[in-house]
Design a protein around this ligand. Structure first.
Ligand code: SF4
Length: 445
């Protein structure tokens, strides 16, 4: 059977989609090679959320197109994911080197696409056969299989004026509890200790079911069904933060007291132009309420700097908010006008250098706030999920206050990869923490 290579660009949701394609192809009998230069078919799973991501995807496609065995016609390129979903037929003329384009919505057919390209008999796996929507950590470089992403829904109905995702991923639809729980069971069976629930809009889970349900119910049910597993949720819009969710989070030790709430801005006019709601006052009230209900909560957010029409005053309000709200972690992006979005057509577009310098200003204030928030953890005791060792043998892991890939790690002096140990935080260096192991959880009981 031919060998394949799979290159993934973009977010954790794309990692999950790649993992699902990989599993379908594995089930069909195909094997994978790390080096695309040795593959008969190279699948590039693309991202085009913003211009920078699109350029990265284009570079990846052109890089494999340059490979000698592709030039000689001995290997085929499949472009998958968000770019085919967003640009459709246009890509045929842009990338004559590619043999097939598979949008996100058609990735279930990846086995037929590949076997047709290779002129091989398509193995038995019919399209629509259910394949786990999970990305084991081994799909994520550098982390042992102790943590995984599980997608709980796809698509988005919010139509933020700067965002392309609704055009790429379509309408919001929750995945059934049974399928999600089956994924988690497979994770736990494979040794996973931490499951991060992801989607474009996690807080909306269950609202589209005939019998409406909620993210709070989902997380509570999973945490009860898998008591030894940590559960974390990312990408909750402010409207998704309910008292039900906060009480479920506060009452389950295996639900990380961690909330990733993208706010994007705090100026009411800017938020309206983003087709979003809120204000600095409303968000500060929300944060105070969250901290009241879940005192040890860790908060992450994301902002866009330099949105069209952002006055000096509106920007100053954003900076003041970042200082006052004291988020533990902050992501910030300079506004990127995406073709086909309303925001790209708005008047008062700011010069690139202004957008970049404002994003840097937010970055600087956020870094100062975050490192003092993290330093505030010195002297506290926390469970650490040991993940692995660096080349020099230094063990590292993450606490429940550190999300995968974005929040830094905790260096620790004992434990085995995949083990959860209790540890005292003895020092912090910017976003990293240092801890001394106290005991393996379960030793003291
Ligand atoms: S909620 Fe997120 S995914 Fe949905 S439209 Fe807004 S930015 Fe895009």
């Amino acid at each position: 059977m031919s060998s394949l290579s799979l290159i993934t660009l973009g977010c954790a949701k794309n990692e999950v989609d790649s993992a699902a394609m990989r599993r379908r192809l594995h089930q069909a009998g195909y094997s994978f090679v790390e080096d695309p230069a040795e593959a008969d078919v190279i699948i590039v799973n693309t991202c085009c959320f913003i211009q920078a991501a699109t350029e990265e995807s284009i570079d990846a496609i052109l890089e494999v197109a340059d490979l000698q065995h592709v030039q000689d016609g001995d290997a085929k390129i499949v472009v998958a994911g968000c770019m085919p979903a967003r640009y459709g037929e246009e890509l045929n003329s842009e990338f004559p080197e590619a043999s097939s384009f598979v949008p996100c919505s058609k990735e279930d057919d990846i086995v037929k696409v590949v076997s047709d390209l290779l002129g091989e008999e398509a193995p038995v796996a019919e399209s629509g056969t259910y394949v786990p929507q999970i990305a084991y950590a081994d799909d994520i470089p550098g982390e042992f299989p102790s943590c995984a992403y599980v997608k709980i829904s796809d698509g988005c109905n919010r139509m933020c004026s700067y965002c392309t995702i609704p055009f790429i991923r379509g309408r919001y639809h929750s995945f059934p509890y049974e399928d999600i729980a089956a994924e988690v069971a497979r994770c736990v069976e494979a040794g996973v200790k931490e499951v991060t629930l992801i989607a474009q809009d996690t807080g909306r889970w269950g609202k589209d079911f005939p019998e409406r349900s909620s993210l709070a119910w989902l997380m509570g049910s999973l945490a009860d069904e898998f008591p030894e597993t940590w559960f974390r949720v990312m990408y909750i819009q402010p409207e998704g933060i309910t008292d039900e969710l906060l009480s479920v989070m506060a009452s389950h030790d295996n639900i990380c007291s961690y909330l990733d709430i993208p706010l994007q801005h705090v100026d009411p006019q800017i938020l309206r132009n983003m087709n979003r709601k809120g204000s600095a006052e409303e968000f500060l009230q929300l944060i105070d309420h969250v901290r009241e209900c879940v005192p040890d909560v860790t908060l992450r957010t994301t902002f866009i700097a330099g949105f069209p029409g952002e006055t000096e005053e509106a920007f100053a309000d954003l900076i003041d908010f970042v200082s006052e709200a004291c988020f533990d972690y902050v992501g910030v992006f300079p506004f990127s006008p995406e073709e086909g979005t309303k925001a790209a057509e708005l008047p008062d577009q700011l010069p690139e250098d202004v957008k970049v310098s404002r994003a840097q200003d937010v970055r600087d204030v956020a870094d100062a706030v975050s490192s003092s928030m993290i330093a505030g953890r010195i002297g506290t005791v926390a469970p650490v999920l040991v993940l692995g060792a660096e080349e020099d043998g230094q063990l590292y892991g993450r606490t429940q206050s550190q999300a995968p890939e974005v929040d830094g790690v905790t260096f620790i002096d004992g434990g085995e990869p995949g083990e959860i140990v209790n540890a005292a935080i003895i020092d912090t260096m910017f976003y990293e923490m240092e801890a001394e192991r106290i005991e393996a959880l379960g030793d003291s009981e």
